[in-house]
Design a protein around this ligand. Structure first.
Ligand code: DX5
Ligand code: ZN
Length: 229
């Protein structure tokens, strides 16, 4: 059992923005604990876990058991769980029990985002809502004020290593002007040395990156580069 209910949310009281969230999807799974420790000592703020069910996206990745193992090995880490699944509601309690800090689901998923947010918050987690590149920004506007974090996907989800879709930056501006200071705006997909500045300038304050961090030999300089300072 974790104590995340009492834990101060990294999202609401960040020390320095933007936050950098390495996506472990591109890490060496044979050495996952060491990979996570390496990015944390290199300056990562969050660990981003990409959960895929094979239906919402054409890939299978990780579930609550892996999250629980990371929580056990890294008691202080902020675990940012991004669910690319059709029915997120059934995973709220399993991920809360596994020590997840942030539970982000998609506006395109089948369950009602308000119901998912209420359940996740009750279970002690921060809440996030994500929007895919082809989805009109209007679809997410009714939900924005309810969530702690809005995630704008800059690739079609399913795999790391894809090219950034610049057209999504206009969504960031639309969403950004509607956020309170205690809410975060996250970008995920193709974020790297060539694209991070545009993300930051558009208003993103949480940057997810898989290949731009785990694909390099120097995690610290990759993270510093993404943060911009
Ligand atoms: C894609 C995932 C991303 C992915 C990012 O579906 O949500 O988090 O791991 O990978 P890069 O940074 O390599 O585009
Ligand atoms: Zn992700």
């Amino acid at each position: 059992m974790t104590t995340q209910v009492e834990r101060m949310s990294l999202l609401k009281a960040p020390t320095s923005l933007p936050l950098v969230a390495p996506s472990i999807l591109s890490s060496d799974f044979a050495h996952l604990g060491d990979e996570c420790k390496a990015v944390l000592v290199s300056g990562a703020d969050l660990l981003h876990l990409d959960v895929m069910d094979g239906y919402f996206v054409p890939n299978l990745t990780m579930g609550p058991a892996l999250c629980a193992s990371l929580r056990g090995a890294l008691p202080e880490a902020y675990l940012d769980v991004h669910l690319m699944v059709n029915k997120p509601l059934m995973y709220v309690q399993p991920f809360a029990d596994a020590g997840a800090n942030l539970f982000t689901t998609h506006v395109e998923a089948e369950d009602d985002p308000f119901v998912v947010a209420e359940a996740a918050r009750k279970a002690g987690m921060d809440t996030g809502i994500a929007i895919n590149p082809p989805t009109d920004v209007e679809e997410i506007l009714p939900y924005i004020e309810t969530f702690d974090l809005i995630l704008v996907m800059s690739v079609n989800p399913g795999f790391s290593g894809q090219a950034f879709i610049p057209e999504v930056l206009s969504k960031v501006s639309t969403i950004s002007e509607r956020l309170r200071p205690d809410q975060r705006l996250q970008m995920d997909g193709g974020v790297g040395p060539k694209t991070c500045e545009a993300c930051r300038e558009a208003g993103c304050d949480v940057l997810v990156a898989a290949s731009a961090i785990f694909g390099t030999d120097d995690y610290a300089s990759a993270i510093t580069g993404l943060r911009g300072h």
